[in-house]
Design a protein around this ligand. Structure first.
Ligand SMILES: *Cc1c(COP(=O)(O)O)cnc(C)c1O
Length: 237
């Protein structure tokens, strides 16, 4: 099932990219595996998934450890490839210490305080932690995220943290009856990213736009997403 699902998803990504004049290779699929078993994760890796997303440190840890001990190997390859682990759920400040040990990319940085704590915990283990800043592009989609009008100021301050690397922005669109209605939120995120990258502000260079889930990833890709976080589309039939 996961194989068929991924084949279908990849075709849909190719079509969305064609529509927007983009290269499908720019799009990274993050398989969001909250609530899924290690067997399901391994199957996704066998089918070429290189990026795994989890919502909670406690759930990610045993999967991460097990996957490291017996890594899955993609079809047609001899050796297992390294997997990138993503934290996509809300991160409490007191979990930052564990999170920096586990995750390659923390996508859900939603306050200056959390950014500072991640930086300080990363410093202790000699790491520069890659992060995305979560933006609340819609008031109804989630409790978490920086408001777009506060983001630039906050990100300027976050850019001062030595042991984090600001790689881009993440957002969650609201649940709507027609995916087309998510377009303005995705557009807002892209415009914010472009503004942050504007040399006149000289804040930082952000490339990643993590946006789009099972119900709306094609719209997100049309609006510039280069990272799609997919759960149900991969793991459910
Ligand atoms: C669960 C989750 C996803 C995946 O959602 P689907 O609708 O199952 O694709 C993506 N991002 C976040 C932050 C999630 O919590």
């Amino acid at each position: 099932m996961i194989r068929e699902n991924l084949t279908r998803i990849r075709k849909r990504i190719v079509s969305a990219c064609a529509k927007a004049g983009r290269n499908p290779q720019e799009i990274t699929i993050v398989a969001v595996s909250k609530g899924r078993t290690l067997e399901q994760i391994k199957e996704a890796i066998t089918e070429g998934i290189t990026d795994i997303g989890e919502n909670r440190v406690q759930e990610a840890l045993p999967k991460y450890n097990a996957q490291r001990k017996t890594p899955a190997c993609p079809v047609g390859r001899q050796n297992a490839q390294p997997i990138n682990w993503h934290m996509v759920g809300h991160l409490q400040t007191n979990k930052a210490k564990e999170a920096v040990k586990l995750f390659d990319l923390i996508q859900s940085v939603d306050s200056l305080r959390l950014a500072e704590e991640i930086s300080s915990q990363a410093a202790k283990i000699g790491k520069v932690q890659d992060v995305l800043i979560e933006i609340k592009t819609s008031p109804e989609a989630t409790k978490f995220g920086l408001k777009p009008d506060e983001a630039i100021e906050a990100i300027k301050q976050m850019a001062e943290c030595k042991n984090i690397n600001l790689k881009g922005l993440m957002t969650i669109a609201p649940i709507v009856d027609n995916p087309e209605k998510t377009r303005p939120y995705f557009r807002m995120l892209r415009e914010l990213r472009d503004k942050i990258n504007d040399v006149r502000y000289a804040i930082c260079d952000m490339q990643i736009l993590s946006m789009g889930m099972t119900d709306d990833f094609e719209i997100a890709i049309e609006e510039g997403a280069n990272m799609a976080r997919l759960g149900r589309a991969i793991f459910e039939g």
